[in-house]
Ligand binder design. Structure first.
Ligand code: SAM
Length: 274
């Protein structure tokens, strides 16, 4: 692969180590971690982490979620698995630097290398949207969860990506370009159904529309200027109409009227039977 610009393309996230610059994907996650911190703290609360309990983070990325969880709750057995060796090495060295005991290992969410019922808690954030088979990954999470355990999944729904603008036709064209590279842009709304299908009990399920703080962040996180240009190149919208649209987006940004973002879904589930 030659593309070295991390964004939302599932092909890159499924093979971070094969991209030209895996470190840039760590940088992308670090930026996102700042805006996701409130959602992760809430996920930690819902997981009800207690001293002595074991927690698995599926697709643990650069390790931010588990390192913070292990810093907040003494005596948990924390394990993160990720398909990318770069992510695992980064997370491992960060855990050492933070002085917490967390094990990070290379693994595949769709075929977890753990026995049945081996974790009290399972967390998964922003991974399923990129996988070939998210249902297999949810099935695996349910399999390794102990009876009475809790799983929390956070997934954005990019098919519900909203851009507040004067022209819905252009906003929709940008969304279509953006979702074209995402394997499951509608995973967020599917979470409750998928959890029920693998036999878990869903205790909570909700979605919140989130905005990025600036147009620059919308470009960095979602590449919306690139997708706008791609919509023009594909003939979906006319070049002369998009420049005025972009100018209005810039004006909205400078006057604190911008709204650009997906719906972030969260599911909390438990296992009541073997
Ligand atoms: C968008 S990142 C999210 C990372 C982290 N959970 C977070 O929210 O910051 C997706 C992560 O999933 C990992 N990944 C992709 N395919 C995977 C698979 N089959 N099994 C486990 N991890 C995978 C990627 O390497 C990457 O670290």
């Amino acid at each position: 692969m030659t593309e070295e610009k991390p964004g939302l393309e599932s092909d890159y996230w499924r093979g971070v180590d094969r991209t030209g610059d895996p470190g840039s994907f760590v940088g992308y996650l670090d930026k996102a971690a700042v805006s996701l911190r409130d959602a992760w703290l809430e996920a930690q609360r819902l997981l009800e982490l207690r001293p002595g309990c074991s927690v698995l983070d599926v697709g643990s990325g650069a390790g931010q979620f588990l390192i913070e969880a292990a810093s907040n709750v003494d005596g948990i057995r924390a394990v993160g698995i990720d398909f990318s060796d770069t992510m695992v090495k980064t997370a491992t060295s960060r855990a050492h630097a933070a002085g917490v005991v967390v094990t990070f290992a290379v693994g595949n969410a769709q075929h977890l290398d753990f026995p049945d019922r081996s974790f009290d808690r399972v967390n998964c954030s922003r991974v399923l949207l990129h996988l070939e088979d998210p249902r297999a990954a949810i099935h695996e999470m349910a399999r390794v969860l102990s009876v009475g355990g809790r799983v929390v999944i956070l997934e954005p729904d990019f098919d519900a990506m909203m851009i507040d603008s004067k022209d819905l036709r252009i906003a929709s064209a940008v969304r279509r370009q953006l979702t074209a590279g995402i394997r499951h842009p509608d995973i967020g709304r599917s979470l409750r159904r998928l959890l029920l299908e693998v036999g878990l009990d869903v205790l909570e399920f909700s979605g919140v529309a989130r905005t990025v703080p600036s147009l620059q962040a919308a470009c960095e996180n979602f590449h919306i200027r690139d997708h706008l240009d791609a919509a023009v190149a594909s003939g979906e919208v006319e070049a002369d109409s998009v420049e005025e649209w972009w100018r209005l987006m810039e004006a909205a940004d400078t006057s604190d009227r911008l709204f650009v973002g997906p719906v972030l879904f969260r599911a909390l589930a438990t296992k009541t039977s073997l």
